[in-house]
Design a protein. Sequence first.
Length: 138
Amino acid sequence: MSFHLQVLSPLKKIFDGDVEEVTLPSTSGDIAVLPRHMPVVTPLTFGEVTIKKSGGGSDIYTIGKGLFFVDNNDASLLIEDARSSDELSEMEVDEARKKAQELIAKGVTPEERLQGTYLLRRSLVDLKLIKKRQKKFA
């Protein structure tokens, strides 16, 4: 049994297909959604989204903030951005982390410090997924 899932960002459709399960980082903790899940709307926070596709295989993405809703075996994940585990580079993510820390330290305005904090949290989630991937293939 499966349900339909769309993962959308402002720039593109990231995923559209039938899935057996999706695990999400909600603001109240990680949740797993299966077919016939009760209707729900929940805000999402920084973390990993794991999509177990119908017919086998899975995709893992890191996300910033977003919103998830499901009703009647139809689910949508609306997010600011997503990065596939396959497209993450440890060097690039580490550089982003360093820039975010500099922005936090040198940020003159509250907006700059807030942007730095967002970028730092985002890069830490990306680094965590990279480390998990490295352990898996070690």
